[in-house]
Design a protein around this ligand. Structure first.
Ligand code: PAF
Length: 279
């Protein structure tokens, strides 16, 4: 920890940009680093697979880890400081016996309903990272839209002096959102995984035609159901801020989660479609 503070001590005020990650870096992370690089004098990349955001039976043990490659990529992309804390630097007591951040009601719907406690775990570790690194800005991907919304809420509600920046989802040529968990898919599963993006696009097209949110949700569910081996968790149209029911004709977020074998994938699209450069 002293090492981290030492490295950041000389940083001028307003200079530190943080990209929090769980490692297994991919193009999505590198886009966050590039955005942080363009806006900060000192870029800190944190790598910590956070046990508190994984529920019982989830893939904490199997979560992809690629330490050496991550360090190489961080080096190549101009990260100034890699903060790779050990477990005891983040959690000094038993995980079940400590003060944590509560994500509140927004943390209990959609991803929060499928993964109880997940967002409390995410916000707790993000709060710790903010306190340890003391960044002026932090960069998060739009792919994890509910996480991004909750981090923004935490910063507002708990008065963290950190500007939160969002970066667009990076996609493979077939539309699959780039995610560390894609590495867990077999090649056959990988071939099926883009159905989630196709479903979200079809949901957007339904809204373009004037469909109600519920109808667009049914369209998305139908497309996922037509792909063998892909199990729908949810496909919904929600308000982009509250994640509740959207205003008719107003801006909306189409969100979906599927399971392919043991791997759970999420994705979302904003509606109306964004102009290039918007997030
Ligand atoms: O998005 C992630 O990789 C994680 O949820 C985060 C924000 C690094 C917290 O562990």
């Amino acid at each position: 920890m002293g090492e981290l503070r030492g490295a950041l001590e000389a940083a001028p005020q307003g200079a530190i940009g943080l990209v929090p990650t769980m490692g297994a870096l991919h193009e999505g992370h590198l886009a966050l680093v590039a955005a942080a690089r363009a806006n900060s004098r000192v870029v800190v990349l944190s790598i910590f697979v956070n046990p508190l955001q994984f529920g019982p039976g989830e893939d904490y043990d199997g979560y992809p880890r690629a330490e050496h490659r991550d360090l190489e990529l961080a080096n190549q992309t101009g990260v100034d400081v890699v903060f790779h804390p050990g477990m005891s630097e983040i959690y000094h007591s038993d995980l079940s016996d400590m003060v944590t951040v509560s994500a509140g009601p927004l943390g209990t719907v959609l991803e929060g309903a499928s993964r109880p406690g997940h967002f409390d775990g995410v916000l707790t570790v993000v709060a710790k990272l903010f306190n340890l690194v003391r960044p002026d800005g932090a960069w998060f991907g739009q792919k994890d839209a509910q996480q991004l919304a909750l981090v923004k809420r935490m910063v507002t509600d708990l008065r963290f002096p950190v500007d939160i920046h969002a970066c667009p989802t990076v996609r493979a040529p077939d539309g699959l959102a780039i995610s560390s968990r894609n590495a867990l898919l077999s090649s056959e599963q990988r071939g099926r995984a883009a159905v989630l993006h196709r479903a979200l696009l079809a949901g957007c097209a339904a809204l373009d035609r004037g469909s109600e949110a519920g109808e667009a949700g049914d369209v998305m569910a139908g497309i996922v159901a037509s792909e063998p081996g892909v199990e729908l968790d949810y496909a919904r149209v929600v308000d982009p801020v509250t994640f509740g029911a959207p205003q008719h004709g107003g801006p909306a977020l189409l969100v979906g989660a599927v399971r392919i074998g043991a791997t759970r994938l999420i994705d979302n699209l904003q509606w109306p479609a964004l102009e290039p450069g918007d997030v």
